[in-house]
Each structure stands twice: as structure tokens, then as C-alpha cells.
Ligand binder design. Sequence first.
Ligand SMILES: Nc1ncnc2c1ncn2[C@@H]1O[C@H](COP(=O)(O)OP(=O)(O)OP(=O)(O)O)[C@@H](O)[C@H]1O
Length: 633
Amino acid sequence: MSTGVESRPVRGGLVRAVLRTPRGAVAVVFLAVLTAACVCAPLLTRFGPLDQHIDAVRGLPSGTYWLGTDVLGRDLLSRILFGGRSSLLGVVEAVVAHLLVAVPAGLVAGYFGGLVDRALMRLAELLMSIPAIMILLAVLAIFGNSLPVAMIALGVLSSGGLMRLVRGAALVAREELYVTAAELMGLSRVQVMLRHVLGRCRGVIIVQTSLFAAIALGVQTGLTFLGLGPQPPEPTWGGMVAEAASVFSQAPWMLVPPGTVIALTVLAFGVLGDVVRDATSERQSAAGAGRATRRAGRTGNAAAPSDALLSVQGLSVAVGGDTPLRLLDDVTFEIAAGEVVGLVGESGSGKSMTARALIGLLPTNCLVESGHVVFDGTDLAELDEAAYRAVRGRQIAMISQEPMGALDPSFRIGSLVGEVVRTVEGRRGRAVRDRVVELLTMVEIPDAADVARRYPHQISGGMAQRVAIAMALAGGPRLLIADEPTTALDVTVQAEILDLLRRLQQENGMAVLLVSHNLGVIADMCSKVLVLYAGQVVEQAAVDALFAAPAHPYAAALLASSPEKAGIGQPIRAIPGTVPAPEDWPTGCRFANRCELVEPACRAEAIPLVDVGADHHSRCIRIPVLLEQEATR
Ligand SMILES: Nc1ncnc2c1ncn2[C@@H]1O[C@H](COP(=O)(O)OP(=O)(O)OP(=O)(O)O)[C@@H](O)[C@H]1O
């Protein structure tokens, strides 16, 4: 029994969508019948394309000559079908050359970015600025009127436009969560590019290829019309139009069959392109150049040795540019083997940025300014991309808040999990299928073999998160980063996923960094908690200690605003104001504008993180007042 683990993208979907529209169906059928008729021309025609019938010159359509004859009595149907062979072959040659140049170049430029992108885009601009027809005439002169060479040259010279479009689609695709997810599962960048990014560019490639085929046919016909390429009496569509044009006044019908076939073929390619464009919804947007894991000139001393599994020391992340803007500021914490640590804070406090910095997958425009991320004694910041990949998925895995977004919709669940199994465990064939079912069963998916055959859109959000967890656990990671794993799920499913995570954590003894804006979730799962505010750790403590006596007004406000604190029928308390944007961070305490206990000294200078005892740290100078206030509540 197949588990559907085979790599089988949803190609049928697009084909079906095109064939469902009358225009698309007519265009596809016309092109298919025409191609088949040209290929089978010797079987379909009663006369050869060069056979002359002196008794039937310039004949109109008849039972013998279905489309009539030309000035030498040659059968027009036969000449169209035999001539179509070179015309369609020329289109194929041009299209293949076009795709071979444009698609790899566009993919590489969009996905890798940086210098490669800039160089390839200059090449695209150069190609677009060259007058193709002049070059084609020169090519024909140099290569002895060889139409194949001319068509290949046309394909290459016209590739600039498609190159730019594919790059645009790849730029969008590389920001997709499932591309990031595939990267952090440890897939090589070439694998990710070919499997996940290329799939997203498919629509734009098919549309442009159809439109280019129409152009190539037009150019090919034009060249043969001018007498270039195959010479008479060889039949070509352009040559037939030229012959008909020279005797138009005596035999106007001669122009109709070749003219109609050319017009209909060009139209069919154009319509096909339009229908595919309607059927695919390619999102186009520009994004910055350069790929994640970029690092600025580092500051700070070498990482201090530590017994922790993960030790983050003085980590600062900034948005790149002439004057970098800090998003994370001097974040320091440790996670011991098997420990579950919570990272909590409101939206915009820097939780996701911290999580992404740990696995070296920052957004393209951000970079690590300073600090160290030491995992099991290795400073990850010192690793190159290949070495980092060996850590991602195998040592450190991540699940995100949008499980659906992390699953490429083009592949079956079995194929997606199988891809990770092949990459991180090196299994092949039947062993992959068995392991996929084992992993899906491990995350409590009933009838795992059946689910493996489904596409992501055919499963629920909760099940998608289970699949994402299965993929994350495939490599047996020692640290799992769970970035708000239940935020997008409804309440009952949230509890199930948390139970599952707790069970898997205990069974596998792995460490977990649980990112959440919900202190209830943190209290339920974690032994230690870090409170992040405006890019800084403002409090760090054992969960029990923080819940019993928060030592920072922000943590106290977060606790007070949790839904459980509100009585029945009472509104939930909200913290007034919002987290300041990085460009508005004040010199002193960043929470000052929202704090009930603020005094002038809070705003005067940066507040250090101080030890308030029993490994409890707080970035506040009003701790005694806060503790007194909390005690009287
Ligand atoms: N690609 C980016 N470019 C510039 N600024 C960014 C980028 N991504 C995030 N930021 C900024 O960095 C800060 C921290 O964002 P981050 O996404 O880490 O917050 P968060 O605590 O995870 O929020 P949420 O709970 O909404 O995910 C925010 O001010 C945010 O606007």
C-alpha cells in the first residue's frame, strides 16, 4: 500500500483549471491536434508536399485537395502539415533555449540575492536592450541560413524578461514560511530552490512560455516569409504566405489556409497564456537583497564557556542599512538540556526575532550586530551556511505559529515529511515511507497512512501543526523552538497540541524554547521564563517565582491582564499604550511611558538587568515599591 510519500506536486490542478475554461480547452485541443497532425503528416496526407499536379493549379478546396492547391498544383494541406513541422520545431527550439537560460538565472537571482542577483539582473537588462532582429539576421548570415540556430539565438536573446519575472516570483517564494521551514529542516538551498521555490514560479513560467511561443512563431514565420531559413521548394508557413502574396490578385484563396493556421496558432498560444495567468495567482512583490544569517562586523568578546545546551550572550539584531536600527538589544539567557523555557512578551517585543536569530534565519534585511549563540559548545555565529544546515533540523528544530503556512501546498503530507526524513535521517525508499507513518503516528494522527496521502488543504489546522511537529522531530533535535505553536488554533485544539508537546518533550528529553504571548501557556509548560519588552529581556526567573512575585512592572502588568485574573463578567485588564517601535526606544526604561511606578530616574539612563536573588533578574529600579504593591494586592 502506498502512503503517498512519493514526490508528486499538484500539477494536475493547473491543467484541470485550464481545461475547465472553454477558451483554455479549445486552445489546448487545437495545439495538440495541430502538433499531432504535423508529426503524423506522412500518414494523414494523400500527396507529398512537393508533388506537383499541373492539372489542378491554384485550385480551390475540393474532395481531392481539401484546402486547395498552389501555383504549381501542390496540395496546400500537405504543405501546411509538413511546413508546420519546421515551424513548430523552431518554436520548441526557441522556447527550450529561452527556459534553459531564463529559469535557472531568475531562480538563482531571486533566491540567493546579493551580488549574484545584481550581476544576473545586469545581464537581463543587457539582453533586453539588444535589438534581437539585427542579431538574428547576423546569426543567419554567419550560420548559413540555419533556422534552428536562429531560433535558439532568439530564445536566448529574449530571456531577459522571463529572467526578471522568475526572479520576482522567487523573491516572493523565499519569504514563504514553508521555504523557511524547509531550510530549517536542514534541506540544502539547492533542494529548497528546486523543490519549493521553483514550484511557486511555475505559473509565471508557463504564462510567459506560452506568450513567448506565440512571439517565436511570429518571428519564425517572418524570417521564412523573407526567404531566410529553409529554401523553396521546402514548405514553410512563412514561405507559403510569401508565395500566396506574390499571386494574390490571381489566386487570393492561396493566402487563406496558411494565414489562418498561423493566426490560429499564435492566438492559441496567446489564449493559453491568458488562461494560465487567470488560473494561477502569483503574488509579485519585491524584497530586499541578501539572504538571512548575515552578520555585521561582530563586537564583544568570545563566547564564555558554559554548561548550558544553548547559551545566548549579548545578542543584538538590527535592520541593516547605513544607520542600522536595533530590534534586539543585548539578549542573554541559557537553556539547559531537557529544560523548557518560556519567552513571553507582547506583539513587537522581539520574540520571533530572537527565535529566528537562534537558527540563523533572520529576515533578509536583518543582521546579527553582536553577541553569541552557543549551542552545545559551538558558537553558531561562526558557522558557515553548510555547517549551520547540519545543525538545523538535526540539532535544533523549529515549529511556527502558522502550521498551514509551513506546509508547501503543492505536495502531499507524506512527501513533505518524507523529504525531511530523507534529508535529516538519510533514509531511502520503503524505509522513508515507514518512518513517515511512524512519525505521523507519534504525533497522534489517526490513520497516518491515509493522512500521508492528503494535501495540506485537506487537513485541519490542528492536524497541520501535528504534521509540522512530526517534521521538526524527524531528526531527533535536542532543542525545539516552538514559536507560538498554538496561536492560530482554536482553544480545544490548543490544549491538545500543548499536551502533545509536553508528552514528546518528556519522552525525548529535549529542551524547548516556547515562544508565547500567553503567560498561562508558559505557566503550564515551562520551568523558567524570560520576559521580553522592546527588544530587551526585562525579567528572567523560575516560573513559580515570577508568578508569585514579579519583579518588573511589565511582567506584573502582563500577569494582571491575563484572562484568568478577570472575574466572571468583568473586563480583562489591558496594559495601556503599546510597545514602542524600535526607532522610538527611549534612553532610559523602555516601559516608562506605560508604567504606574515611573519616576524621573527611570528615564535618566539605561536600566541594567540586575540579580534580585535566586537566579531572578529584573531590569527595574523600582523593585522594592513594586514588591510592596504586589504584596498588598
Ligand atoms: N523584517 C523586518 N524588518 C524590520 N523590522 C522588523 C522586521 N521583522 C520584525 N521587525 C520589527 O522587529 C520588532 C520585533 O519583531 P518580532 O516579530 O520579533 O516581534 P514578536 O514579539 O515576535 O511579535 P509577534 O508576537 O507579533 O510575532 C518589531 O518592532 C518589528 O516591527
